[in-house]
Design a binder for this molecule. Sequence first.
Ligand code: ADP
Ligand code: MG
Length: 607
Amino acid sequence: MEETKALWRRLKIHTLLDLALILPTSYNDTTLSKQLTIGQSHTLKATVREHRYRGGKLQLTFWLSDFNQPLFATFFKVTPYHKQRFGVGSSHTIQGKLERYNGHLQISQPKSIGSVGRIVPKYKSLLTATQMRALIASMITKPNLLATGLHPQEVEILYQLHFPHTLEALYLQGSLRPEVVHALKCIEAFNHLSKLRGKRVDFPAKEALRGDITAFVVSLPFRLTPEQEQVIAQIQIDLARTDRAAKRMVVGDVGSGKTMVILASVMMAYPSRSILMAPTSLLALQLYEEACKYLPPSLRIALVMQGRSEGVYQEADFIIGTHALLYKEDIPSSALVMVDEQHRFGTKQRQMLESMMGGVEYKPHFLQFSATPIPRTQAMMESELLDVSLITSTPFEREVLTQTIGKGEFASLLEHIKEEVAQEHQVLIVYPLVEESQEIPYQSLEESRGFWEQRFEEVFVTHGKDRHKEAVLLEFRERGKILLATTVVEVGISLPCLTLIVIVGAERLGLATLHQLRGRVGRNGLKSWCYLYSNAPVNARLTAFTQTTSGFDIAKLDLKFRDSGDILDGTIQSGQKFRWLDMGEDEAIVASAKARLKEEKQGQAPA
Ligand code: ADP
Ligand code: MG
């Protein structure tokens, strides 16, 4: 048993199905061939009729009793073993590739094998072939597989893959049959979900939050979208409970109106206190401004940032801040904890805020907001650990025309930029790097700034390592015309007059990043443009990107082009890699695996 555990560790697996899903990469099939096909490998019963040793070569004529015909064989490297083994009249089972030579059947260098009628799997793993086969033989039994909760027909397929009767049942023209692949997808989803199940840990909440939000909703200058309403209703149910503190992630594209969901939640908590953490001062400030604008004046709001604060946070009903919050010792306890743009924080920072507000036996209600769309399938997987709400639409149709361009279009691009600037609109140009580099065939920020500064007024420049980045962005928001930056532009910050973005070297970036960048323009419904500038020839991935603006579709595309060999920047957020499951397409399979696990859970007798 100890030994088995060590082997599992070496294979980095945790469950029986993890092991079962390590499939043979090939098989050694020793079942006797039923027909003769030139060019294919055969296993044949053969008796030696003639035996000639000539010029260092051993030439044999076999008789194939099953087929009533002769077969010629030649050994080029001959040892005394061969001479002795293949004496006239001796019978063998031989294996090799069948050829036709001068009108005769021939196999060169055939193998004489001992056992017949078996299909022996071959595995590629960190274990030796013997260790692996022994492990599989001892663990992969039908009763063991059934005990994992798989359906009998899935067990049958999985078992056959390790111990096949015939390969025809599994393979069709060298590939796994579609029904086998389908079963493997189901098994993979089932295995992954069973591992997640039971990982969710819930704590009671200290308070039920049931504040009335009607007046707030009515006071808004617009109607909430159906999706905003739906998420708000889900949160109302979450917060009204005390047996289990809320643990929900709201995922919505840039501009989908998540701030209104945050503010509505503050109203549900009121008169109890809420706290919200944002990744940058700029974003915290913007959220503070919005909170002041839309929440009733009786609600006391405070802002906590390094170097700047507003209001008395010790007495506030709603505290907004950056991670500076984590280092204040007198932040009062809050019943509702929220994190905006949660993917920009580390797990530790998020948990720190939550645990600052919780006790030993209870936790605050906890809501996280993310602008990184994930495929619905992945959301379904993750919802085993926490509740997930998706917002897939934006409050108003954003009109952003996306186009790939190259050197040839630069003159007309320049004209377009001039037109936008003349209309008091703002332009963002994103460069792949700050300084010149041999490796990247594009101009850098520093190399190009002179060009723009000569032609335009109010050109601002910033990049990820710029210490004054936030100040530059704030000033640009007020009076800038053109902003030159690297990809590290603040996510979530709203520049309402930004109508044109140029992304230089777009083919080098992941679609998720391109989508975040494109999300900067057209925030106020102004008609906008996104130009993907590339020296490279037309690229299918970029073309696909120009054809959709839905972050959820783009998350799917990102999966599709994951292995396309483009130089990506490593920000692919699509997560978990599966061998068989396609997160973009196998929604139904994941849904049914989930339903199955749920049924199973309900079927179990209460402990
Ligand atoms: P997100 O945080 O999801 O990126 P925001 O909350 O910043 O998006 O919303 C984007 C813009 O849409 C803001 O200007 C906001 O005031 C506006 N907005 C939000 N909800 C609605 C709505 N229901 N109708 C019209 N505009 C809305
Ligand atoms: Mg936001």
